[in-house]
Design a protein around this ligand. Structure first.
Ligand SMILES: *[C@@H]1O[C@H](CO)[C@@H](O)[C@H](O)[C@H]1NC(C)=O
Ligand SMILES: *[C@@H]1O[C@H](CO)[C@@H](O)[C@H](O)[C@H]1NC(C)=O
Length: 993
């Protein structure tokens, strides 16, 4: 059921579906069709062949509700052409008057001179949903033709004005022919001047018309579809005041301007679609009271604002379909919404509406669809929902709803799809759920449901839910254990099952039970599985399988490599005790094997995975050399993590296009040789982590040319020599936020030239309230960082987390003052070098710093007082230097203990035991204070905590949870109505789903 079907039912009197039925009234012809016409028709067929295209088959069924069939099967010259499929004749004269070849499995190219366009008495021609690639309409056409439908059939070229003006067009459907064009003036002429045209449908035809201030439309026109025709300019002022038109679709264009005021009037419009434009301003009051309007779609206009207007109860509005999703609304749903009594589709998804869902929603007793996902609704489900006896679809995901699920919900007789993911619901599932036979989809993902789902019995509680195709109970606190095979056999239509982190234990037995052959998605992460379930073997179309964080031991059986055939694109076996792998199929896009006990060479079969996007084999016992093909796996690869294994040899060169690659992690192997300079081809690289290997050579300065590089980790290798910049790179490392070169043999001065250019570490303004994390194609970059003197693992780090670690090298000379300009730096570690001179006063400018380690150097002079004002500084180590004088006091410095300063024999004062000889006189330090003033200190003072604490807390939560994106996307993927027309979300869904 969608919008366009609803429209069809209003205007069926001039739609082509009626043609076929009309042919029966002509079936008792007295006249046979003339030989000329039969010949003309047969000549036309000669240029065509037959195809069987699944896309057309699907579209015919879904868009038109018609059969995809070989229409020309019985066309032959020995039978009366009036009896041919799709041909209708005038039963007095025998002239062909209507030809309907839609969904006819035809392919070929139709040229302007084809006999078809010249049949002298033809009135209706329907060629829709065939593959007539590169076909062209003639400039002129038989003047008898009144109805033409060539939608979705591959016509191209410009439509001439002769073509549009000559015949007495009644209905023209030129929809969805890419590469068709109509000149703007031709269209506007046609709209104003045609005398008979009732219906003009040209979505996706390229027009580029700048809309006039007032739309002038001939009185004959009833239906106008200009979706996605590159309409421009402001919305016509009379849009709510059109006199004759009944349906108008201007969606997916570039229309700007605001919605005009609604005055109660005589608008004839029944359906108005303005979605997917750039409308602005507030929703006008009375928008729900436009006379006669039954369908109103304003969705996906990001700049439309305002509250949802009150509904005027004195006017009886016929509105049936209201879509204001993806509009920037504010406030609550007005109580008066209950007056929209005719409403059967209400979509408020992705608005910023908040507050409780009003009780009056229960007055909308005709509702079939109630779509309220991705807002900020709070409170519990209103009791009045019990009145929505026609409700089929309830989407409430991504809100802040709470309370228990009322038992009446599952007694609504037509309820099919219920998505409640990512809320704060609690309690158990009411027993009515297990009797809700109509239910097809249920998502309870990411709530706080608990209770024993098995209802205490080993018998399947799910046995009555025979229509269920989608069940998501993941990320909850349910109790009990489920027998996988019994569940599959109780739910014969199930295609997607997610139990990951649900709290449930999943047990399997070894018998292969019945599995719905269409089964597609299975998520069983953290379900205490002990073996690879044998029932998976029957899943021929499995697309996604997540068995991570279980207790699966030993080798994965060889047959598992065949699961899902070419369909399987996502496989996660991370965090088990797997020791060996089968050979997987080539179609995999995501392969996660992290943290197992796999002891094998690099599986060469991975090199054949030309669709691979993400590969994580880290933390296993893989050994041997990386094969040369490693540099040539797939051109859409986004991340590779081979860290913590036993690979040796050199890093293979990148041979082919790795232009999309965002992350390479080879940390913790025994790799040797130099960093291959071919990596410079990976221009999208965000993370390069080669730490803890045996790499050598000098600093790979050409990496400075990678514009997106955010994290560079080369620590614990055998790099040597001074760090010099490459003369070719003007502004090196513009995006770098994490640089760890520690524990190498680098010598010479600290690389001022680089420190000067780390612009991503300067004056970063934290924009989004939600933390953003360094990720590689959606997979978080995890890293071990020395903070507070300890190594801490971070499963993900925010992009605000900036680190410079140059410790354990042989750097000498002074610390350049320029380092103080890295005002967003959070961790600075220069310890264990041979740095000399004083601590620069300018370090006091690093207002965000939380961890500063300068220990084990040869630093001299006094500790600059400016450090006292580093409000966030939680860890300071200046020990083992030659610092002198009194340790500054006050503010943050009062929290540090003796070990921050030990090993500096000439230092004195608290917290050291050595007393200072002279009483303290604060010294003015060479006027440096005026350089940056005191203002920033005042601002920062009083804000404790900082991000470090947040990160550590985040770590504790994250170490037991999966990245959110995977589920969030799957849940959103179900919201098909929402995704209906939005190209952007489509791209997104296709990528992940
Ligand atoms: C026309 O044909 C239909 C079925 O083919 C038949 O039922 C009907 O009686 C016929 N009418 C005449 C007038 O012959
Ligand atoms: C077209 O292909 C589909 C699926 O491959 C098949 O089910 C159908 O019978 C075919 N149709 C014809 C007319 O061959």
């Amino acid at each position: 059921m969608n919008h366009s079907k609803l429209l069809l039912s209003f205007f069926c009197y001039f739609c082509f579906i009626s043609f076929t039925s009309s042919s029966s009234s002509f079936s008792n012809n007295t006249h046979k069709c003339s030989t000329e016409q039969a010949f003309a028709l047969l000549q036309f067929t000669e240029s065509l062949s037959s195809i069987n295209d699944t896309t057309y088959a699907l579209q015919c069924r879904e868009d038109l509700g018609s059969r995809y069939h070989p229409i020309m099967m019985n066309w032959n010259k020995n039978t009366d052409c009036c009896k041919w499929d799709g041909v209708s004749c005038n039963h007095f004269t025998g002239d062909a008057i209507a030809i309907n070849l839609s969904c006819g499995m035809l392919r070929g190219t139709i040229y302007p001179n084809t006999t078809l366009f010249r049949l002298p008495h033809l009135q209706m021609l329907n060629l829709a949903y065939n593959d007539f690639t590169a076909s062209q309409l003639p400039r002129e056409i038989s003047s008898s033709l009144t109805h033409l439908n060539i939608s979705e059939s591959g016509f191209t070229s410009e439509i001439s004005s002769e073509f549009l003006f000559l015949p007495k067009w009644i209905s023209l459907d030129l929809s969805r022919n890419d590469g068709m064009r109509i000149q703007p003036f031709v269209l506007s002429n046609l709209l104003q001047n045609s005398s008979y045209l009732r219906e003009l449908l040209i979505p996706d035809v390229d027009v580029g018309w700048v809309l006039p201030t007032y739309l002038n439309i001939s009185s004959s026109l009833k239906s106008l579809d200009l979706r996605s025709t590159r309409l421009q300019g402001k919305l016509p002022r009379n849009i709510f005041n059109l006199q004759y038109l009944k349906t108008l679709d201007l969606s997916d264009n570039e229309v700007t301007g605001s919605l005009p005021k609604v005055v109660i009037n005589q608008s004839s419009l029944i359906s108005l679609d303005l979605s997917g434009n750039r409308l602005q301003g507030k929703l006008p009051a009375n928008i729900f009271n436009i006379q006669n309007l039954e369908i109103l779609d304003l969705s996906s206009n990001d700049y439309l604002t305002g509250p949802l207007p009150e509904v005027n109860m004195s006017i009886n509005t016929p509105l049936k379909w209201l879509d204001v999703s993806s509009i920037n609304l504010s406030g609550m749903i007005p109580y008066s919404i209950g007056h929209l009594k005719s409403l059967n589709y209400l979509d408020l998804t992705s608005t910023n509406l908040s507050g409780e869902i009003p009780d009056s929603i229960g007055n909308l007793t005709s509702l079939n669809y109630l779509l309220l996902s991705s807002c900020s609704f709070t409170g519990s489900l209103p009791k009045s929902l019990v009145n929505l006896r026609h409700l089929t679809t309830l989407y409430l995901s991504f809100n802040k709803l709470s309370g228990t699920l009322p038992s009446f919900l599952f007694t609504l007789p037509l309820l099919e799809d219920v998505l409640l993911g990512d809320n704060m619901f609690t309690g158990g599932l009411p027993s009515e759920f297990f009797n809700c036979r109509s239910l097809r989809k249920l998502s309870l993902w990411k709530n706080q449901f608990d209770g024993d789902i098995t209802q205490g019995s080993t018998q399947p509680s799910f046995i009555k839910l025979v229509n269920l195709t989608y069940l998501d109970l993941s990320s909850n606190n349910f109790r009990g254990s489920l027998q996988l095979e019994t569940l599959f056999s109780s739910l014969p239509n199930l295609e997607r099952l997610y139990l990951s982190y649900s709290g449930l234990t999943v047990v399997t037995d070894n018998s292969t039970n019945y599995v719905n052959p269409d089964f597609q998605y299975l998520g069983l992460a953290s379900c205490k599985l002990t073996m690879f379930p044998t029932s998976l073997r029957a899943m021929k179309y499995l697309q996604s399988l997540d068995l991570s964080e279980n207790n699966i031991h030993g080798r994965i059986p060889d047959w598992a490599g065949e699961i899902g055939g070419e369909w399987l694109y996502y496989l996660d076996l991370s965090h088990n005790s797997i020791t060996g792998l089968p050979q997987f199929r080539d179609g995999l896009q995501f392969l996660f094997l992290k943290s197992n006990l796999i002891e094998e060479p690099f599986p060469v079969s991975i090199c054949n995975m030309k669709q691979l996007i993400a590969l994580d084999m880290s933390n296993n016992n893989f050994f041997g050399m990386l094969p040369q093909c490693f540099g040539n796996i797939s051109s859409i690869l986004l991340m590779v993590d081979l860290g913590k294994n036993h690979f040796h040899g050199t890093i293979p060169n990148v041979y082919e296009d790795y232009g999309k690659l965002e992350g390479i992690i080879l940390n913790g192997n025994q790799l040797e040789g130099e960093v291959p300079s071919s990596l410079s081809k990976c221009q999208s690289l965000k993370v390069l982590d080669l730490g803890n290997n045996r790499l050598n050579g000098t600093f790979p300065s050409w990496l400075g040319d990678l514009p997106n590089l955010q994290a560079l980790v080369l620590k614990s290798n055998n790099f040597h020599g001074p760090i010099v910049s490459s003369p070719q790179v003007k502004l090196p490392f513009p995006s770098l936020k994490v640089v760890d070169l520690s524990r190498n043999g680098f010598v010479g001065h600290l690389p001022s030239i680089y420190l000067q250019n780390f612009n991503a570490m300067k004056d970063v303004i934290r924009m989004s309230p939600q933390p953003e994390y360094v990720n590689m194609g959606g997979v978080y970059y995890s890293v071990i960082i020395a903070v507070k003197g300890q190594l801490l693992p971070f499963p993900k780090i925010t992009i605000d987390y900036t680190i410079v670690d140059l410790s354990f090298n042989k750097f000498e000379g002074e610390i350049p003052s320029i380092i103080g300009d890295l005002t967003s730096l959070i961790v600075l570690d220069l310890s264990h070098n041979s740095l000399t001179g004083g601590i620069p006063f300018a370090l006091g400018k690093m207002a965000q710093i939380e961890s500063l380690d300068l220990s084990w150097n040869q630093l001299t002079k006094e500790i600059p007082r400016s450090l006292v004002d580093l409000t966030f500084l939680a860890f300071l180590n200046l020990s083992q230097n030659h610092l002198v004088g009194r340790i500054p006091t006050g503010k943050q410095f009062d929290t540090f203990e003796g070990n921050s300063f030990g090993g500096n024999p000439e230092l004195c004062g608290i917290p050291l035991s050595k007393k200072c000889e002279l009483p303290h006189e604060p010294k003015i330090e060479d006027g440096e204070d005026t350089e940056f003033g005191f203002t920033w200190r005042v601002v920062m003072w009083g804000y404790g905590g900082g991000t470090l604490l947040g990160l550590v807390m985040g770590y504790i939560m994250l170490s037991t949870r999966k990245p959110k994106w995977l589920h969030a996307v799957v849940d959103a993927g179900e919201n098909m109505i929402q995704a209906r027309k939005r190209e952007r979300s489509h791209v997104f869904l296709e990528r992940w789903n």
